[in-house]
Write a protein that binds this ligand. Structure first.
Ligand SMILES: CCCCCCCCCCC/C=C/C(=O)SCCNC(=O)CCNC(=O)[C@H](O)C(C)(C)COP(=O)(O)OP(=O)(O)OC[C@H]1O[C@@H](n2cnc3c(N)ncnc32)[C@H](O)[C@@H]1OP(=O)(O)O
Length: 328
């Protein structure tokens, strides 16, 4: 028998056997993230589901944190796959509409929710595997970097145009803020330094580079790349289909999702106390540094975004984004 427990933020649906599913609902009733949990395997899946681009709004940040915390509170769960319901966009970074003509009370709350997302994800006791099927610019890249392992699509998914003129889809990843005329906050920039090393990060930050999958792999921004050509049905691996939320069921034969599932399984088998302790060795001091400068960071962000010149640029940027999408 299925039991559904409803609360304002979380909806749990207790399904067959050991498997639990839950969704975190937005103010408009849509599920911003969908979580599934398999206690037998010790694995969870957190699927970002905020169309059109999984951009990070205040509510989206909170929804990811709430889901992660719920999964963490289950002692049987050791690893989680972070994925997207959009096959071409992992996350487009910050929701730019949060930044245009912001309400003075909401803006610091928004930034705090992003800081919290960093603290919760980077410091999670769970091993988090990012399944990066599509683009991950700016804060989308940050989200992936805060995980423990990154697998990116090689981009040979379908294509557009058809026939010989078929255009290849090539996702990109990187902290491209400087290309937008802004700088990533120190904790985000430092995360890049810790991920790809000082010199590569220095260059990438200065240039605002968005890396295609092969380059991202060669500098260590991602740990693996994988084709998304769906395999034959016989290659479906046991357990993955049940873990995928209903909106992503077709991903069961996707090699990228399969690789993410295998990696999450591997993490789940490592003695948890040793794995968590070793994670703290490399991450704890950075988390403490961020907490120590959190208020200063918020004040700096709010002061910067509300400047007249920055607002003017932002309005122009959002308009350009909308008109690009309309022209499609
Ligand atoms: C200029 C920012 C100033 C910020 C000042 C604060 C300084 C602090 C710095 C903090 C560090 C982090 C910064 C960020 O993350 S800023 C956001 C950066 N992200 C982007 O600029 C990405 C923009 N989007 C894209 O490049 C493409 O959308 C993408 C490559 C991701 C996908 O391309 P595709 O062609 O597949 O899709 P479309 O471009 O047609 O987009 C589809 C719809 O999604 C909407 N969209 C896209 N990105 C965002 C976003 N970041 N926020 C809100 N909405 C977004 C887009 O408008 C389309 O919507 P419609 O179909 O409804 O028009």
């Amino acid at each position: 028998m299925n039991t559904v427990i409803r609360s304002q933020l979380l909806r749990f649906s207790v399904g067959r056997g050991q498997q639990f599913r839950f969704s975190t609902a937005a103010a408009n009733g849509n599920d911003l993230v969908i979580g599934t949990v398999d206690e037998t395997l010790g694995i969870a899946m957190l699927t970002m589901n905020r169309p059109p681009a999984n951009s990070l709004s205040l509510e989206m940040n909170e929804a990811i944190c709430t889901s992660l915390k719920t999964m963490e509170s289950n002692p049987k769960i050791q690893s989680v796959i972070l994925s997207s319901s959009n096959p071409k966009i992992f996350s487009a970074g910050l929701d730019v509409s949060e930044l245009v003509s912001p309400h003075p009370d909401r803006l610091p709350k928004f930034w705090n929710s992003l800081q919290q997302l960093y603290l919760d994800l980077y410091g999670s006791r769970l091993a988090v595997v990012a399944a990066i099927q599509g683009h991950a610019p700016a804060a989308g890249c940050f989200l992936a970097m805060a995980c423990d392992y990154r697998i990116m699509s090689s981009g040979d998914i379908g294509g557009e145009g058809g026939g010989d003129m078929k255009k290849r889809f090539v996702p990109t990843i990187g902290l491209n803020e400087t290309q937008l005329g802004i700088a990533a906050p120190p904790w985000m920039g430092q995360l890049l330094v810790r991920t790809i090393g000082f010199r590569q990060a220095e260059l990438a930050l200065a240039m605002g580079t968005l890396f295609p999958p092969d380059r991202a792999l060669s500098i260590g921004l991602v740990d693996a790349i994988e084709s998304e050509q769906h395999g034959a049905e016989s290659t479906i691996i046991e357990g993955l289909s049940e873990l995928l939320p209903s909106i992503s069921k077709d991903q069961a034969s996707n090699p990228l999702m399969q690789k993410a599932f295998k990696q999450a399984t591997t993490f789940a088998k490592i003695p948890p106390h040793a794995r968590v302790a070793s994670k703290l060795v490399t991450r704890q001091s950075h988390i403490h540094d961020m907490i120590a400068t959190r208020d200063e960071d918020t004040a700096h962000f709010c002061g910067f975004v509300t400047q007249e010149a920055v607002q003017k640029n932002l309005i122009a940027y959002v308009e350009a984004m909308k008109s690009k999408s309309k022209k499609k």
